[in-house]
Ligand binder design. Structure first.
Ligand code: 5GP
Length: 210
């Protein structure tokens, strides 16, 4: 069967643990590539250019939009975030399943433009648990936690536009579910055009004489 990689969009509320899940998935299974986004926000302590993000000025980011270098982009808390196209398509052609960890507006653009992409939303078991996880980090002020919960309430309005929801209860379980779900996508007919065409062509031989 064909080896074209799957485009995988992963979103989830701040604090739900998407970063940890994706990291664990990529450490365990080697067939994934993580898309590195461009952003106009300033690097946080410890963030590296080309590893966490490609950091751009607003002007450079806007030039990238004009030149159609991004497959989607969005403004989030007054900054631009977007997915450079080149890397994603090169990795998919090389057979890798490419993960885009992006917010909801960008995810919906992807769904519109690339219907074969799979959109997965990672949710906490309960709203209460999300609050507990955000508080438990101990690094955020009361105000920031409140802002993130407000943002989560807004984002939840679009959860039903995703293809799948995975509940992050136990890390290991969640990683396995995610992996299985992505691997199943390879069997979708939209990823098997060549296989279907070849099969149709090869079977024609049996029609001879009819
Ligand atoms: P942060 O500033 O915390 O790194 O990211 C803020 C939000 O931007 C997160 O929800 C993250 O998933 C999202 N994000 C990161 N990269 C992209 C991107 O390329 N496109 C879109 N639409 N959102 C992104």
């Amino acid at each position: 069967m064909e080896q074209t990689g799957v485009m995988v969009v992963i979103s989830g509320f701040s604090g739900v643990g998407k970063g940890t899940i994706i990291k664990a998935l990529m450490e365990k299974y080697k067939n994934y590539a993580l898309s590195i986004s461009a952003t106009s926000r300033a690097p946080r302590a410890g963030e590296k250019e080309g590893v966490h993000y490609f950091f751009k000025t607003r002007e450079t980011f806007e030039a990238m939009i004009q030149e159609e270098k991004l497959i989607e982009y969005a403004q989030y808390v007054n900054n631009y975030y977007g997915t450079p196209a080149d890397y994603v398509f090169a990795q998919m052609e090389a057979g890798k399943d490419v993960i885009l960890e992006i917010e909801v507006q960008g995810a919906l653009q992807i769904k519109e433009k690339y219907p074969q992409a799979v959109l997965i939303f990672i949710a906490p078991p309960t709203a209460e648990e999300l609050k507990r996880r955000l508080t438990g980090r101990g690094t955020e002020s009361e105000e920031t936690i409140q802002a993130r919960l407000t943002q989560a309430a807004k984002e939840s309005k679009n959860m039903d536009r995703y293809d799948y929801i995975i509940v992050n209860d136990k890390l290991e379980h969640c990683v396995e579910q995610l992996h299985e779900l992505i691997q199943c996508q390879h069997n979708r007919c939209s990823y098997q055009n060549q296989f279907i065409e070849d099969m149709k062509e090869d079977l024609k031989i049996f029609l001879k004489g009819e």
